[in-house]
Design a protein around this ligand. Structure first.
Ligand SMILES: *[C@@H]1O[C@H](CO)[C@@H](O)[C@H](O)[C@H]1NC(C)=O
Length: 180
């Protein structure tokens, strides 16, 4: 099947599902898998730098799963970056989330990750003039470490584990920053 036909097919499938044209463009944003351990923290990078130096970030929204209501918004309109207005929906991440713009790239930091936090997170960056940018993450939450540790390695301040979880015949490999 050629590429144009495939794109048409995807657009057609989405339109039959009643999705908006905006969602159709989201399909092209890669979904990055992220693992977090329950009770620990996790970071979702979201680069707010503009492709055009004269342009500036305007608003940043975070969405979860199919919800059209942002769980986090970062409003820079008419303000310097460090005075932007932050809002985190209390029924989703609430005070556990903070959008940090003093890091490169900017990140949504989520503390005390809970089991129900798993799902797909999308960051949408709106600029004054440039095209909107999006990033997507699929967060898997790993129950805190109670399994049998098979292998550990520390590299660049990151602990790598392979663990067999209690009662689960699966081996998961994940990485925890030493100073998280
Ligand atoms: C997200 O990851 C989980 C666990 O690996 C997987 O079961 C699920 O299908 C993924 N979601 C999407 C939308 O790809």
């Amino acid at each position: 099947m050629d590429a144009d036909l495939r794109i048409l097919l995807v657009v057609w499938i989405l339109s039959t599902m009643g999705a908006s044209p905006e969602l159709a463009s989201e399909v092209t944003v890669p979904l990055v898998p992220v693992d977090a351990v329950e009770g620990r923290s996790v970071k979702f990078p979201c680069d707010v730098s503009s492709p055009n130096h004269a342009d500036k970030v305007y608003m940043v929204f975070w969405f979860k799963d199919d919800s059209g209501v942002p769980l986090y918004s970062f409003d820079v309109r008419g303000m310097p970056l460090d005075q932007a207005h932050h809002y985190s929906a209390p029924d989703v991440l609430g005070e556990r989330a903070k959008f940090q713009t003093d890091t490169e790239p900017a990140c949504l930091d989520v503390n005390e990750v809970q089991w129900n936090d798993k799902g797909v997170y999308r960051c949408r960056v709106d600029f004054r003039n440039s095209a909107t940018k999006s990033f997507r993450y699929n967060l898997s939450v790993i129950k805190s470490i109670r399994g049998k540790r098979l292998w550990t390695k520390i590299e660049n301040d990151v602990v790598h584990y392979i663990i067999v979880f209690d009662g689960v015949w699966a081996i998961r490999r994940f990485e925890i920053p030493l100073y998280a």
